[in-house]
Design a protein around this ligand. Sequence first.
Ligand SMILES: [Zn+2]
Length: 399
Amino acid sequence: MTIEVWLERRAEDMARLLGRLVAVDSENPPGRALGRCAEVLREEMDRLGLAPEIIPVADPAGGSADPCVVRGTAGDGDGLVYFHGHFDVVPAQDRAQFTPVRRDGRIIGRGTADMKGGIVSMLYGAAAAKALGLLGAGRIVLHLVCDEETGSVAGAGHLRAAGLIDPAALAMLTAEPSGGGIWNAARGAVSVRVDIQGREAHVGQAHRGVNAFQHMLHIARPVERYAAELAERHTGFPLNPADAPGSMLVVGGASGSGANFNVVPGAAYFTVDGRYNPEEDLEAELRRLTALIEGAAEEVGATVSVRTTQLQPSAGTGQDHPAAATLARVVGDVEGAPARFELCAGILETRWYAQLGIPAFGYGPGRLDVSHGPDEYVEEAAMRRCAAVYARYASAMLA
Ligand SMILES: [Zn+2]
């Protein structure tokens, strides 16, 4: 039996599993129902013979419900390929998104594209490869984490810290909504929060205060110029036509100041969030950004503190790497069209594996342009094609 026929016969089971997963409102933040979602995964993986275990992890932000990683295995040889996914979803625009709708070959609902549909493809791809005896002397290890939408330190970070990611692995795939492309690179992230101290005073005695808001305006100026400069530093990795080639910096994504309109603001803050191309040196850029902020503060005698809230490396596997070439061939065979490589505009969990030297790729059935939105959906046929890619890729790498 071919992989495609094996999967076609399980089309109803795949749709039913996705429906079950969408119905669990694993919104993150705040990290709701994570344990409940993991239990559904454990049950289904057990039924598929994927030897699931649930690994409890630290609470990412406080208030999460039973955060954990679900780990499973197909095959038992030495060679190793990782399938990685996350079962948390971004908060819904409407509660109705947790009632899955199946219509016109699509399944509609929160998390269908990002990335519960991709998880279903991974589970069935692994099960198909195992059932059809395609894994030779190797195995697939599945890692399903609970906190990708809030930084993935508790989930993937735990796997990394606990030594559960084997650096000798041949490849890693994550089922993010790449819309048919192969994400072989992703940007890195640097986020900081800037706090400015002033002194409060009544509006009638404003001269006795120190206006933290005015200082903030002065300090934000050079950061805006820096953002414009970054936008001009273009990546050499191929891009989706909808994306821009420069590194991205958002100044003031969150900001605030003051106690009331009639008081000189005694404190102010703003955030800076950067997505840097893989070519950039993140540590050097963070030093540069900090120096710009501190220099501007000094000019006006402002008291300022800069706190790094996120520093995530970029990731990139060259498209001439053998593990990349094999993936391109498999995708081309299944899709009937040449595969295209792209830089992912955001950050990807491939970084946790790429840092260990493992070739790592994002490839999933969902589309990025509907992910996180009110009309999120996944095509059922795309889920099955993607499952076929996963099964064939594991077979090509391991057999
Ligand atoms: Zn995702």
